[in-house]
Write a protein that binds this ligand. Structure first.
Ligand SMILES: [Zn+2]
Length: 489
């Protein structure tokens, strides 16, 4: 399938990897494969307690004084398959298919994410025509399950001051930053009491929105179901007494919530008026999102009356907290047009007993911007007599456009290609952010070939961009280790 493809040693390693099982947390077969390969070449290999691997590679002759460079990628892959496929990546059964300029797998994920990194590292070490300074190959485990490997990395194994991550999925793109993140849970306890026997219950559901990734798509103006449901109930509650019995919505901290449901209790005589007021709020909300999320809706339906509900005062307090929790982009990148630097997304609402929990994920590439946003969440919790719990995930990777690694990469790029690279950052988490948290002052950069539909059986990699990726990697480690290169010192 990959015969006659260039660079041949890269494709040989890549093909071998497709025959070795490497699901996240079960990387033993591929660890054994890489360990045997390193031993055969007399390369020192160390691993930490999380099973990440670090392989020391001496410089090629004449490049010994160059700065040490860490090349990094992850060993694991997402193992998805079509239910009727005879192939199964969890058993090392991936069947390569060629479709013009694309390489894909028959009925399964391909594992180009991030097999291209591992194959490129191995091929580079073997290539006697590719000069480089001292290298460290960092191969992490369990990237695809919440960056677990990077989280458990023993940073003391790394001596390099430059790190090249090979897990990007867009040709031409040089990534120089990403967002760090903190989870927060605002927990507001509030008094509940039995319902008046004369009251009726309505369930109100917010649905029909587009949702999306809570970082990468936070600037697209998509409606947050929890937020607009809370807003509508607050507007109704300003006109007619109502009591909130429950508010639940969102399925993941990582996604903009598309659905949320509240159960409310109102006096039987007010039910019709409440439906009218909800329809009025819905009309305004639909107008607000007419261009960005046109199908958002609020659906009211009769519901079994619950045993109890929050009191009228507690209801006001809780709907105020929902109103106060910010959601959406908060600051734009000073370096890149249209890129969000800081955002927060209310991802889940959970009713448990008398406590309403609101779970948000706040992201920024600028660590110094985080305390301000987290303070807002804390203030909202305190206003409701509740408290907030924070979980710092990892700091941001703040773009440095004066980075020596970027300068060298641009030189290598210009030397090999006619087009101009796109230097950018992403508003999402990458392994580099976690690694940067563990190793001080790392100059980092990330690039890779064009990979589409990763994590799905449609995953495919563009063959010509693999050759570009390889050329860039070889040119970059050469440039960084040039004895005459000022910025490599
Ligand atoms: Zn990956």
């Amino acid at each position: 399938m990959v015969e006659h493809l260039e660079p041949e040693p890269f494709w040989a390693h890549f093909t071998q990897l497709t025959k070795i099982a490497r699901p996240s947390r079960h990387e033993e077969p591929v660890i054994a494969h890489v360990t045997a390969w390193a031993a055969e070449r007399g390369l020192r290999l160390r691993s930490d307690s999380t099973r990440n691997l670090v392989i020391d590679v001496p410089a090629t002759p004449g490049r010994e004084d160059a700065p040490m460079v860490v090349l990094q990628g992850h060993l694991d892959m997402v193992c998805e398959r079509q239910p009727d496929s005879p192939n199964d990546p969890t058993e090392g059964r991936i069947e390569l298919l060629r479709d013009g300029d694309w390489l894909t797998a028959d009925g399964t994920t391909l594992g180009a994410d991030d097999g291209v990194a591992i194959a490129a590292m191995m091929a580079l070490v073997e290539d006697e025509q590719a000069p480089h300074g001292p290298l460290q190959l960092l191969m992490t485990v369990a990237e695809e399950v919440g960056l677990e490997g990077a989280n458990g990395l023993d940073g003391s194994l790394l001596d390099g001051k430059i790190l090249v991550n090979l897990d990007s999925e867009e040709d031409r793109k040089l990534t120089v930053g990403c967002a760090g993140s903190t989870d927060s849970w605002v927990r507001a306890p509030a008094s509940r009491a039995p319902l008046d026997p004369s009251s009726v219950a309505l369930s109100v559901t917010a649905e029909g929105g587009l949702g999306g990734h809570s970082g990468m798509q936070i600037q697209l103006g998509r409606a947050n179901a929890i937020k607009y449901l809370g807003r509508a109930l607050r507007e109704v509650g300003a006109q007619v007494p109502l009591r909130l019995a429950s508010l639940d919505g969102g399925k993941s901290r990582n996604a903009i919530p598309r659905d949320a449901t509240a159960v409310i209790a109102v006096a039987a005589g007010d039910a019709e008026r409440v439906r009218e007021l909800l329809a009025q709020s819905e009309a305004t909300i639909r107008d607000e999102y007419a261009k960005t999320d046109p199908d958002v809706s609020l659906v009211a339906a009769d519901s079994e009356p619950p045993a109890d509900a929050w009191t009228a005062a507690a209801t006001d307090e809780l709907l105020d907290v929902v109103a106060l929790i910010p959601t959406g982009p908060l600051a734009l990148s000073p370096d890149f047009d249209g890129l969000v630097e800081t955002s927060t997304s209310l991802g889940e609402a959970i009713t448990e007993g008398d406590v309403l929990t609101l779970h948000s994920l706040t992201r920024s590439s600028n660590d110094a911007a985080m305390p301000g946003v987290l303070g807002t969440l804390e203030a909202a919790a305190r206003r409701a007599g509740g408290e907030v719990e924070f979980k710092h995930n990892y700091g941001g990777w703040r773009p440095n456009l004066d980075s020596p690694a970027l300068a060298a990469l641009r030189v290598a790029y210009d030397r090999s290609f006619d087009d101009t690279p796109i230097v950018t950052a992403v508003h999402a988490g990458l392994e580099t952010a976690v690694i940067g948290d563990k190793v001080a002052n790392l100059d980092m950069i990330s690039f890779g070939p064009q990979i589409e539909s990763p994590h799905s059986p449609d995953e495919r990699v563009s063959i010509p961009t693999v050759e570009r990726f390889w050329t860039l990697l070889v040119g970059f480690v050469d440039e960084l280790s040039q004895p005459t290169n000022g910025h490599a010192r």
